[in-house]
Design a protein around this ligand. Sequence first.
Ligand SMILES: Cc1cc2nc3c(=O)[nH]c(=O)nc-3n(C[C@H](O)[C@H](O)[C@H](O)COP(=O)(O)OP(=O)(O)OC[C@H]3O[C@@H](n4cnc5c(N)ncnc54)[C@H](O)[C@@H]3O)c2cc1C
Length: 506
Amino acid sequence: MASERQHSPQHSLPSRLSRRSLIGGTAAAVGAAALTATSAGTASAAAKRDVDVAIVGAGLAGLTAARDLVAAGKSVVVLEARDRVGGRVMGLSLPGGGVTEGGGEFIGPTQDRIRALADSLGVATFSTYNSGNNLLYKDGKKTPYATDGILGSVPPIDAAGLANAAIVQATLDDLAKQIPVDAPWTAPKADEWDRQTFESWLRANAVIPSAKFLFDVACTSIFSAEPRELSLLFVLFYIAAAGNAANPGTLERLTETANGAQELRFVGGSQLVPIKLAATLGDRVVLNAPVHTITRSGGTYAVTADGITVNARRVVVALPPPLAARITYDPLLPAARDQLTQRLPMASVGKAIAIYDTPFWRADGLNGQVVSDTGVISSTFDNSPPDASYGALMGFIEADEARKLDAASEAEVRAAVLKDYTTYFGAKAASPTSFVLQRWNNEAYTRGGPVSIAAPGVLTQYGPALRAPVGGIHWAGTETSTYWMGFMDGAVRSGERVAKEVLAVL
Ligand SMILES: Cc1cc2nc3c(=O)[nH]c(=O)nc-3n(C[C@H](O)[C@H](O)[C@H](O)COP(=O)(O)OP(=O)(O)OC[C@H]3O[C@@H](n4cnc5c(N)ncnc54)[C@H](O)[C@@H]3O)c2cc1C
């Protein structure tokens, strides 16, 4: 194992790769063999390109759209602000070798499109470590509990709380069934549900404190937002979206590891998917090219980024809505579209991964998954590699806790995180061999995560502007997806949908 050191996600690039190479520093760490500087897009000073479609953003959404448009014979350029592809999917190389995920990581049942994409690129999956007991840390007490008991993996709170929680969960699932995933604002009770926060609804329904605690933790784990920040309609839509056309979404599918959204991980790290996808696009992907303006002139658009202007008949903006709002549009976007993007902020999230010589908690019968009512980390996973050649404990820093730490030094965050890990897993957790931290709130081209969230009144008033094209400008990104909005699968679905939308008019 390498000696311990703090690790910044801003890797230095290996010398054989240029600043504008396709894959950026992380890719070298994850061993994307076929990728070299020769496949790199270059944005030499004041470069110009004329294409059918300019795509803004080389996350999974933008890259998927590009794949489908190229397959249909269209010329495309993908302009990416960062020096790497993948956006919210990001590999962090570890000092001792190996890679772990700083962003999107898990996939699960009904996430068919990310699964199909990964399969097509030869990126294999493995099961998230889930053997042994979960750990509940509540009121200063640790309680291990089985994940395959009669209650599934529901934490062992008091009987009254469990009964209340079961009713609340069933109610949420039932209400979610009334949500049309392509237009939640048209649900029969959309106005009523969009008038209240999830917090106020929980206070009226999760009346036993221990039940309320379970939904509070579920909320921050799913959205990285507090219940008071979310519209009930938005929460119901998110539950409805956690499925596919054949399987209605459920809250359980969002929260579970086995049979849920945390079931599988990608061998070699999730960023291999966008890296390999980008490799198929070659120099159509241009890195270090933040887009500043999109200007219409007659029937074409000039998309201007640092060092390059792309003239295109159609534009796909594959960014989270608040980031799309930072581009200057000429002519102005319709008010409804701009005001929508003013009202869909990113939630607040970070990930802290401590590396150990071994996944020592496994010997104690623990699977590394914690649910806690305290600390900066209230939800953890065992992020060790499939061969367990080292141990990795990953914890989410979410919502209020993330905001509290935005301005803290890495050393301060590390100390707070390791204090929690030691509380949950014992003294060995205090001494990792390395520690990696990814704080999305402080990332220029994401500014939070995992997803944009909607407070009351947003979906019913502005929802229809979410996907509606504006002239030749089309919108993609996971936030525009009908299924698995907020997830990698939603990003891929949105790329596939927007490519069809563009092909229908080109
Ligand atoms: C901490 C965290 C954990 C997560 N966990 C999971 C998980 O376990 N499973 C899961 O499925 N999902 C997870 N997600 C969500 C998932 O990562 C996202 O839903 C998905 O990656 C979004 O893809 P996208 O293409 O829509 O957007 P992005 O990945 O955000 O892509 C947008 C791209 O646009 C670029 N960009 C921004 N502004 C500009 C500009 N002006 N010009 C040019 N380019 C620009 C960005 O750099 C970025 O590359 C997680 C996210 C986070 C942050």
